[in-house]
Design a protein around this ligand. Structure first.
Ligand code: UDP
Ligand code: MG
Length: 236
């Protein structure tokens, strides 16, 4: 337990003016284990909708970085990962689809020294789930299955935003990470599987949003993810 003193929450942000303020507030006030401090790293992926004005008004205590062009979630995460000083990393999307109140639950298997990586699964129990987008969730399950076939893991939600891991894991995978866009999810999964880290999964709630509400991932990203699974599991 003593080993882990600080958690770094890395937030990739692209055109999230409607949710960003509330999200940062939720991340800031989310309960953490006793004695654990937090570092919040915000990476703006060249938002053009006013998100940057919101970021500029945020307190100095946050680490904020700006991309000079839109590069994708994977690239934004890499920018943030390079600035991590915490012992554990939590990936947090900038929308409100996932609930920071669940950090405690996600951190637990790592603090208990049972896991190196924890995925929050939208498909295995957990709290409330918004009922929405059948084909999207079917696509997620399909991609998870294909990924599992290559990694020989039995994950239920490879594409989840909630990926929590130790700094050791970050140190090992960061030099190899290449995916700029949503290929990050299958790539990260392939790399931690190859490195044989201890992976746990825990059910989380999910407040999915519609495309009108700002969702950006599309069926094209699904097709791309399929190729990323093959590429990162069979090649480098
Ligand atoms: N995002 C980003 N750059 C992009 C697209 C998305 O940094 O080019 C961020 C976005 O703001 C959000 C996260 O990546 O915080 C996931 O995006 P989204 O919610 O649209 O995808 P999904 O929840 O469907 O995975
Ligand atoms: Mg999202």
């Amino acid at each position: 337990m003593k080993k882990f003193k600080k958690v770094s929450i890395v937030i990739p942000i692209y055109n999230e003016k409607d949710t960003l303020k509330d999200l940062v507030k939720a991340v800031q006030s989310a309960p953490l284990p006793k004695g654990m401090s937090r570092e919040i790293i915000l990476v703006d992926d060249y938002s053009l909708d006013g998100t940057r004005d919101i970021l500029k008004k945020l307190k100095k205590k946050y680490k904020i970085f700006y991309h000079r062009k839109n590069k994708g979630k994977g690239a934004a995460l890499r920018t943030g990962f390079k600035k991590v000083t915490g012992d554990i990393v939590i990936i947090q999307d900038a929308d409100l689809e996932y609930d920071p109140k669940e950090y405690m639950k996600l951190l637990d298997p790592i603090l208990e020294n049972k896991a190196d990586v924890v995925y929050g699964s939208r498909f295995s129990g957990g709290g409330p789930h918004r009922v929405l987008l059948f084909w999207h969730s079917w696509g997620n399950r399909f991609l998870t299955t294909v990924s599992n076939m290559f990694t020989n893991l039995n994950l239920t939600d490879m594409e989840t935003c909630y990926k929590v891991f130790t700094r050791e894991v970050l140190k090992k995978v960061l030099p190899d990470l290449k995916s700029d866009r949503f290929g990050f999810e299958p790539e990260f999964t392939a790399r931690i599987a190859k490195a044989r880290f201890r992976i746990f999964e825990i059910g989380i709630s999910y407040y999915g949003r519609t495309y009108d509400e700002g969702k950006k991932i599309s069926w094209k990203d699904g097709v791309a993810a399929f190729w990323h699974i093959i590429r990162f599991n069979l090649f480098k």
